[in-house]
Design a protein around this ligand. Sequence first.
Ligand code: 5AD
Ligand code: SF4
Length: 434
Amino acid sequence: MNVYDSHKMADVMATVGYSLTDDYINADMVILNTCHIREKASEKIYSELGRIRQEKMRLETIENRKMTIAVAGCVAQAEGEEIMARAPFVDIVVGSQAYHQLPELLAKADRAANRAIALDFTPQEKFDALPHSSQNPGASAFLTVQEGCDKFCTFCVVPYTRGAEYSRSFAEIIDEAKRLADSGAVEITLLGQNVNAYHGDGKTLADLIHTIAELPQIQRIRYMTSHPRDMQDDLIEAHGNCAKLMPFLHLPIQSGSNNVLKMMNRKHDAAFYLDIISRLRQARPDLAFSSDFIVGFPGETEAEFEETLELVKQVNYSQCYSFKYSPRPGTPGAVMDDSVPEEMKVERLARLQELLFAQQLAFNQKSVGKIMPVLFDRKGKHEGQLLGKTEYMQSVHLTSAPEFFGAIAPVVITGAQQNGLSGEIIQNNMVRAA
Ligand code: 5AD
Ligand code: SF4
């Protein structure tokens, strides 16, 4: 969602004459868009700000040009005043629901030696105010349909930084999807912190998916991130009856232990989750799953951790994200005793990841010998290199066929690694080296 928000900020700034640059050290304005979800992500911002400050000082002293520095996103939302106090060179602090105000904030910060801060929660106002994008969305586009969360998992800052659950209007989302399709998108990923809680204008996420599937240019639809409690019947059925809905689902459970799930306030147990997985597999037998896991939640015992390993074995994931628990300011978890020692968190994470990585490699190895459609949506670091994704979200690298950029092409898979696949493009009966 930060990628989506960053593009939207660029759209907003385009209305006052700014354009994107890769060369931040000479930029008139630098916006640092930040993430507050885990300790590690939010720690980075002061070191990043230090680097940006060097460039600001160089521009101002040597070239006599101003560089405006803005801090946006969830760290700004949660710690805006603190950023202003700790980093006097920051001109603007703008929260995740207020970035449509950037031009006004810039004007305010430009007047005399003013600084500007906006941390209001106005998602409706934000979406209403955002201009249509003039940027090329690329082959694979993001589309925010919902923001915020009312679930209040005890470890999570999202309900505080992104605010209450808010669903955008159905018509507005379909309009944005049409514009994305008309400007070249072939894949749309519907985004929201709790995306399957979508209920705009009495419609469901499944309604959105079916309507977007009618757009002829759109070949692939995905959505993330979902909560197990919001996997309604029509969404499960969509996996069986909407061919454009991709056979890959990120459905986090966080822990396999009922006791830990309760302490996390996840509002369901392991059996409930496993039942949803099995119903989804009935609807779409080849559906691949991923999840997020947290190890070392306060009070997690060795036996409870082992229940997570058991659940992972039962589900058999195609890929996953896993994290050591870190207390986040303002959450109920922050006042629980962070009782699992760091070395134990490190050890549990290593054991969990060993299992998850083995499952990922095994999943990728099953693709060898198959012909898989791959969407090449990104350019690699080297000239002519393309990066793509299979329908199951596996990464594929291509070194020698730049003409496939932005297209879906059939690839014979010849090799599998833990992190991706290699293969050869099949083109007009000709096989090209990938
Ligand atoms: N500590 C560790 N991981 C966390 N996540 C969210 N909050 C925390 C925290 N306090 C992880 C969860 C979530 C993912 C986006 O980040 O697994 O699903
Ligand atoms: Fe955070 Fe997701 Fe729980 Fe909401 S459902 S509080 S976003 S982990």
